[in-house]
Design a protein around this ligand. Structure first.
Ligand code: FAD
Length: 465
């Protein structure tokens, strides 16, 4: 039975994409809804406000996507990156339900734009939001407020009262004051724990101090921890995270999309000792960029350097911070605080191993190295045209994989195998069910939107039952 003393039907914790999709859906289904967002109004929207595009299944080209992207291909792409670390039922559900997202999002205020150059080969599979995630989030807040969803900012949910797997109330802190809020159901859409450096250190040790957090400082994983404490079943590798190669000069938090560097496939990457450590041209960048954060995290002092020459510059998105430049490799090494002899040796060895081919960034070309360890499998072109450029790189964490196990109705699964009656989860906090490892560009929003809508629908259905 639902709580007759509850002031709200559905409490939504979090203020990003998944939270808003849930809140709008629950409200439309007739529920009273309260959103609690720990950020200020200006910084609302969590990591969702940093996004640009969403992956979705579609049967034909439109004004904004260049061709069809069907269920089988979507499934194959997902299987390739997860290597099978996915819940098949939930993954199929996500893919199929994504087909209606374009219309749903547009109906709730989102506008599209044609993909720009340098957008990671996504013109066919992904839709780009006009104005990016910030505009999407603003549109959703506008829709939610207009439809009667109550929204409170600077309000962090700290504790949850849960009895026998049933949510009773939440303790929310605002301006140093705590309030107990009762609702008939709760949707947890509070992101991962990527901004909680002490928690990251439990799995990564001191190295985590050198990680840069690409998104909001508010994703502390408090709701995740609360649920795990109350007996929810965990999913995903606690050490697992989506981490990219980021400009080491980026701010510690919230640098967003612009601090990512896409120069890696067009040169070589060395560590602090001046040694290469991974194949920079293993596959297309959209399929590989998400492994580079972890690769750098495993290097001494969690730093690496992308080295290119002037021929390479037109092939990747310009960086927000200018590259370090020099007329020779040893001068570049000195400017980057690297050993000039070591960097010169790495570049010479690489140049000697490059086999002639026809360079083509649009395909897996035949420009590769021979006899070099590790090899560079594609786009291997001699680094020989000054000026030479270098970018210092650090691991930039996008999100963590540890999350709450859910069923097809977005209900949180408890340790005893039962689904919690009135506790739902959506977005990064449960994405590990579907993405056990790896990443597909634009899929974070897909999972959050699909499960946000399911959570909103099922929470409303529960309170009305
Ligand atoms: C730089 C960057 C670029 C990205 N680009 C893309 C992209 O183009 N496409 C894509 O699909 N994905 C992208 N992602 C991933 C994407 O951002 C996430 O998958 C998605 O936004 C997660 O949505 P969410 O609603 O679960 O979490 P978030 O959007 O992070 O929202 C979590 C919310 O919870 C709030 N919160 C946390 N704890 C509490 C608490 N205790 N009480 C109250 N509120 C709380 C936070 O303030 C925040 O508002 C990107 C991520 C980053 C960092």
């Amino acid at each position: 039975m639902t709580d007759p003393t509850a002031r709200y039907d559905v409490l939504v914790v979090g203020g990003g994409n998944a939270a808003l999709c849930a809140a709008i859906t629950a409200r439309r289904a007739g529920a009273t809804v309260l959103i609690l967002e720990s950020a200020t109004k200006d910084f609302r929207g969590g990591n969702s406000r940093h996004t640009r595009d969403i992956r979705y299944m579609h049967r034909a080209a439109t004004e904004f996507v260049t061709d069809a992207y069907g269920e089988d291909e979507f499934w194959q792409d997902l299987s390739d990156v997860t290597g099978g670390a996915t819940d098949d039922r939930l993954a199929r559900l996500t893919i199929r339900e994504s087909e209606t997202l374009a219309d749903w999002m547009a109906a709730n205020g989102v506008r599209w734009q044609k993909p720009l150059r340098g957008t990671l080969h996504l013109a066919r599979s992904n839709l780009f939001m006009l104005g990016g995630g910030k505009a999407m989030i603003n549109a959703y807040y506008h829709t939610a407020a207009r439809s009667g969803v109550e929204i409170r900012y600077e309000t962090e949910v700290q504790d949850l009262e849960i009895r026998n797997g049933e949510f009773v109330s939440a303790v929310a802190a605002h301006n140093g004051e705590c309030e107990q809020i009762r609702s008939k159901a709760i949707v947890l859409a509070a992101g991962g724990f990527e901004a909680n450096v002490p928690w990251l250190k439990e799995y990564w040790g001191e190295a985590a101090e050198n990680f840069i957090i690409r998104g909001t400082p508010n994703n502390q994983g408090r709701m995740l921890k609360e649920l795990l404490r109350h007996g929810a079943k965990a999913v995903g590798d606690p050490r697992g995270c989506h981490a990219v190669a980021l400009d080491a000069r980026a701010p510690k938090f919230d640098g967003g999309i612009v601090t990512r560097l896409d120069s890696v496939p067009f040169g070589i990457v060395v560590n602090r000792e001046g040694n290469r450590f991974y194949d920079e041209g293993e596959d297309f960048w959209p399929k590989r960029y998400a492994i580079w954060g972890k690769l750098i995290a495993e290097q001494a002092a969690q730093i690496a350097y992308s080295i290119v020459d002037s021929k390479a510059l037109p092939h990747f998105m310009p960086s927000v911070f200018p590259p370090v430049g020099a007329g020779s490799i040893d001068k570049l090494a000195a400017a980057l605080n690297l050993d000039p002899a070591a960097l010169t040796a790495a570049v010479e060895q690489f140049n000697k191993s490059v086999r002639a081919g026809s360079f083509d960034p649009a395909r897996l070309d035949d420009c590769r190295t021979a006899g070099l360890e590790p090899p560079k499998s594609h786009w291997a072109v001699r680094i020989d045209t000054p000026p030479y450029y270098g970018y210092p790189l650090r691991p930039g964490i996008t999100f963590t994989y540890l999350g709450l196990s859910v069923d097809e109705g977005a209900r949180v699964m408890m340790h005893d195998g039962r689904s919690a009656k009135n506790i739902f989860a959506a977005g990064e906090i449960m994405a590990g069910n579907i993405l056990g490892k790896g990443y597909l560009a634009g899929f974070g929003l897909t999972i959050g939107s699909v499960f946000g809508r399911i959570a909103g629908r099922e929470a409303a259905r529960y309170v009305q039952s």
